[in-house]
Design a protein around this ligand. Structure first.
Ligand SMILES: [Zn+2]
Length: 109
């Protein structure tokens, strides 16, 4: 649903065609339709941090005696920043799914 298959070049990473090439579903249902994706990617990020906390706790363990909490936060933030382009795209895909059911086309205003 994006013009480029890859995320590079980053500048036009979020470009989308006006309509789906397969079913001609309108991609932007209304002006500013995708502003709400900020909340979707926020939720995904929080979810990733929770999963990473479980993983980190199991593999490395948390302790007050060393810097494990800072290592967790540092590597977690770095990871989320690296994943940001995919998180932004995934948010749009999920967001469109919320408003348009599969096999049911919806027109914008
Ligand atoms: Zn389609």
């Amino acid at each position: 649903m994006f013009c480029q298959h890859s995320i590079f070049p980053l500048g036009s990473m979020m470009d989308m065609p006006d309509r789906c090439a397969v079913c001609s579903q309108k991609m932007e249902l209304e002006i500013g339709f995708y502003y709400g994706t900020g909340y979707v990617s926020y939720g995904l990020t929080v979810g990733l941090f929770v999963l990473y906390a479980i993983f980190f706790g199991v593999v490395f363990g948390f302790s007050y005696k060393d810097n494990s909490v800072y290592w967790y936060l540092g590597t977690g933030i770095a990871g989320v920043l690296l994943l940001q382009p995919w998180l932004m795209r995934l948010s749009r895909v999920l967001y469109l799914y919320l408003f348009v059911r599969y096999g049911q086309r919806k027109e914008g205003k």
